[in-house]
Design a protein around this ligand. Structure first.
Ligand code: HT7
Ligand code: ZN
Length: 878
């Protein structure tokens, strides 16, 4: 397969001004008639051939300005169609045949649970019809969908329905008109036996918009939360960004087979059912929050992505990074802001840092790719969002809003670049962002080494910062970045943030300093007492920060830092220091000893009267095994697991009564009391008491087991039921977990999304039978390799989250994953390529495991590979 390079970008020779489509639906032989109205691009030349993308299309007819073309007037290839000579302005008619029922890749037009649906981003439209399938070709669309009136009573596409009618042979049609010019990746079609829930939203300017969520009939009771989230998101975008919705109708459709979370097609968002359906009995608090943020994310794309789109796919983060930033801010405003930041950063530092350190590392704006489907990554999405967050903090709130207004107004209806976005921010703020642009082009996680010195006599604090970004594939040398470091100096006597004076300038008690050089010194004067620095507050830049904190310093910050995020982070650092010692002890076969400072810190947390229970729950949560692994030079999965378990058990033994009290104080007695609601208050209490319960279960405390069993049996809401079932299943008490698992599996056999949770709970079990369970569960009637949600729940969860069992020394975990990748490579290349990720991280492990993992990658490489899997495997073995 060939790579595409950013430096090769050229505007299209012809643009499409209007696209008219007619679909005559049939599972095995759908006919797609397309009329394209085309004109030569101002930069094109007479004599330029017309090149259209197309994959897997059977061409049935082709005519230019109504005249059928002879075979020598055009050429067909594996990738598309070329018409050799075309006039300056013309229309082209094509007719193709495709087979949605045979489409297991879930790109283009496919069938899911009997309904038809589409996924066109990034390059799926070319599997539907011949087209210049690139985001810088924007056209208005008219779409007529013809289907069977009985099997497909609902026929949907983008925009507004303008005509409908009956046809012979029990067929019917609906024509949709989308007045907003859009690239082909935003096209959508849905047809099937769907039911809708409807509501309305009145925009700031007083227009009434009809909101519809379309689902299978049995899911009609699971749309309330998505609808409420949508309305909140619409209001938030008006308030925070001045953006109103621009059609009279906004539709969401839930489909069961979907490669990602959801898709922002213009006026017709298509959602993975897991990202839209909720009910207290079937979805956890985390799922409710995820639905809210995905609904908002897709809605926000209507402006950041649809009205203003990307010039080419190298600019993907232009829409994704910005939109993730927007959805993160929305969720922070709607729920607990500090917890949202902690959760986001915690995930980011575990998963994106690992991506940045591995063989598939790439910049936020990559400069080449083989398969763009492989670039829907944490770097593009989450690091892209962190870069926008830095920009927002650098320019300030008011200038950021002016800059975004300018961006949306100046580029409305256009396909633009990341430079265009940053230029608006520079213009609105007057700042020079030239150096800042390096964040988009340099891969890898910058590392900052910080040292501080307090001079009692002079009352000065000298902070030295040195930055360095490690080499990544294809980028051996890096330049210094512009890194905003938010900080405070916390007085060790007063426990308060000290006033900051830098270069004679008074900065308040919390300030941002700008690190631009490889090494830079900052001298704070008038520092009245010895401070502990609180650095990188709120995770002000996506970097690794090292500072030689002692354990007392960390305990001090945990107790005193005014920045909630850094208080939490101090606790994580303190735990990591203790874990480091224990990992070493485990490896050396030395007796493990619990660090009493961690116990004391946790005791104080549990004793303190805090009104932010959600933050407390985060503070009481130990760093995950994956995050601990990120800190180790060489990952020893068994030592990490043993060390973390030891700390958890040590804390549970020392603080058992506190955990029991916290559980009791926060367990909501539901009978006759408050009904379940995904409110921040209830979620906070549930997370706190469930964290407490997990400590009790870590030592298999008899009272804890009783509480877990009661919580499971009370069957009040899925958050509590799932947590209790997980704790029982991950304990050694099979006599309790087996009946519970059986009851749960039987009760929910009809609900695939709940069965996904049942799969995930079992395959994350630390016991050595986990891999056998994966194999056993793959035979379960609820499992199917063709459904991405099932694959993620069973295989993805096992390989990504059950570290001790996936990395078994006999290599059986690796073998199983490679087998699945090989099968999925044929069925669904996009999912196959994503599934390989854990194997690509081989360099982090010991020699034995490295050899086993590489052998499995070689075994995959020997197959006839899709471009998706080929690109990942080649990078992993390079
Ligand atoms: N913009 C959407 C991306 C997406 C996607 C990409 C490749 C293959 C399948 C896909 N489904 C959705 C989702 C989003 O970021 O909003
Ligand atoms: Zn997105």
């Amino acid at each position: 397969p060939q790579a595409t390079h950013l430096s090769d970008y050229r505007p299209p020779a012809y643009r499409v001004t209007r696209t008219e489509l007619t679909f005559d639906l049939d599972p095995a032989a759908t006919r797609v008639k397309t009329r394209l109205h085309l004109e030569r691009h101002p930069e094109g030349e007479a004599g330029d051939p017309l090149q259209l993308h197309g994959e897997g299309l059977a061409l049935k007819a082709i005519a230019l300005d109504g005249e059928p073309l002879d075979a020598d007037e055009y050429a067909l290839s594996e990738n598309g169609l070329t018409v050799h000579r075309v006039p300056e302005r013309f229309h082209l008619d094509t007719e193709v045949e495709i087979a949605p029922e045979a489409n297991t890749a879930l790109e283009g037009l496919y069938q899911s649970s009997g309904m038809y649906c589409t996924q066109c981003e990034a390059e799926g439209f070319r599997r539907i019809t011949f087209y210049p399938d690139r985001p810088d070709v924007m056209a208005t669309f008219s779409t007529t969908v013809i289907g069977d009136a009985g099997r497909e009573p609902v026929l949907l596409s983008n925009g507004n329905p303008v005509e409908r009618g009956e046809l012979p042979n029990g067929r019917h049609f609906v024509t949709w008109e989308d007045p907003h010019p859009k690239p082909s990746y935003l096209f959508a079609l849905v047809a099937g036996d769907l039911k809708k829930v409807e509501d309305t939203f009145t925009t700031l300017s007083g227009r009434e918009v009809t909101l519809q969520i379309w689902v299978e009939e049995e899911n009609l009771g699971k749309t309330d939360h998505a609808m409420a989230s949508l309305k909140r998101a619409m209001a938030w975008d008006e308030e925070a960004y001045g953006r109103e919705y621009d059609l009279d109708l906004f539709m969401i459709v839930a489909v069961n087979d979907f490669n990602m979370g959801a898709m922002e097609n213009k006026g017709l968002n298509i959602f993975n059912s897991a990202a839209v359906l909720t009910h207290p009995h079937t979805a956890t608090d985390a799922a409710f929050q995820r639905v809210e943020s995905i609904v908002a994310h897709e809605y926000f794309h209507n402006w950041s992505g649809n009205r203003v789109t990307c010039r080419d796919w190298f600019q993907l983060s232009l829409k994704e990074g910005f939109t993730v930033f927007r959805d993160q801010c929305f969720s922070a405003d709607t729920n607990s802001a500090p917890v949202k930041r902690i959760e986001d950063v915690s995930f980011f530092r575990t998963a994106q840092f690992a991506e940045d350190a591995g063989p598939t590392a790439h910049p936020v704006r990559p400069d080449h790719y083989i398969e763009i489907g492989n670039f829907y990554t944490l770097t593009i999405y989450e690091k892209g969002a962190e870069v926008v967050r830095m920009l927002a903090n650098l320019v300030g709130e008011a200038a950021f809003r002016c800059g975004s207004d300018l961006y949306f107004e100046r580029f409305d209806g256009q396909a633009v670049t990341i430079e265009d976005f940053v230029a608006c921010m520079a213009e609105a703020s007057g700042l020079d962002l030239t150096q800042f642009m390096r964040w988009y082009d340099q891969a890898g996680t910058p590392e900052i080494d910080a040292f501080g010195e307090y001079d009692y006599a002079r009352g000065e604090y000298r902070l030295r910062l040195a930055q360095r970004t490690p080499a990544t594939p294809g980028q051996p040398d890096k330049l210094p970045l512009h890194i905003p470091v938010r900080l405070g100096l916390v007085g060790t006597k007063s426990g308060r943030d000290l006033p900051l004076t830098l270069d004679g300038e008074t900065l308040g008690t919390d300030a941002v300093i700008h690190l631009r050089e490889a090494e830079q010194e900052f001298l704070f004067t008038d520092v009245a007492e010895a401070p502990v620095p609180s650095l990188l507050r709120g995770f002000s830049a996506p970097v690794k920060l090292r500072f030689p904190y002692g354990r007392e310093d960390l305990a001090f910050l945990l107790a005193n830092d005014s920045d909630g995020f850094n208080r939490w982070d101090a606790g994580q650092r303190l735990a990591l220091l203790a874990l480091d010692d224990l990992i070493a002890a485990h490896r050396n076969g030395v007796e493990k000893v619990m660090d009493t400072r961690v116990v004391d810190a946790f005791r104080s947390l549990l004793a303190a009267e805090t009104d932010d229970k959600a933050v407390l729950a985060e503070m009481l949560t130990l760093p995950s095994e994956a995050y601990i692994a990120e800190q180790q030079p060489l990952v020893d999965v068994d030592a990490i697991h043993a060390a973390r378990t030891f700390v958890k058990q040590g804390l549970a033994m020392a603080l058992r009564d506190d955990f029991l009290r916290v559980y009791r104080e926060n367990h909501l007695e539901h009978s006759g009391g408050e009904p379940y609601a995904p409110t921040p208050e209830q979620i906070a209490r549930r997370s706190l008491k469930n964290v407490a319960l997990s400590y009790l279960m870590a030592i298999e405390d008899e009272e804890g087991i009783e509480l877990a069993r009661e919580q499971f049996a009370a069957d009040h809401n899925m958050t509590d039921v799932r947590h209790a079932l997980t704790l029982l299943t991950h304990s050694s008490r099979d006599e309790f977990s087996e009946p519970a698992l059986r009851a749960f599996g039987e009760k929910w056999a009809h609900d695939p999304l709940v069965m996904d949770q049942w799969f995930a709970i079992q395959v994350t079990r630390p016991q050595p039978d986990a891999l056998d369970r994966v194999k056993f569960l793959m035979e379960h009637p609820a499992f199917s390799l063709k459904n991405p949600n099932r694959v993620r729940a069973l295989i993805g969860t096992f390989a990504g989250q059950n570290r001790v069992n996936f990395h078994r020394l006999d290599g059986a975990g690796y073998r199983l994953l490679a087998d699945m990748v090989i099968e999925l490579n044929r069925l669904n290349p996009e999912i196959a390529a994503r599934l390989i990720t854990p194997l690509t991280r081989w360099a982090r492990f010991d020699e034995t495991r490295q050899a086993l993992m590489k052998a499995e990658l070689e075994r995959i490489r020997a197959e006839k590979l899709s471009p998706n899997v080929y690109e990942v495997v080649e990078k992993a073995l390079a």
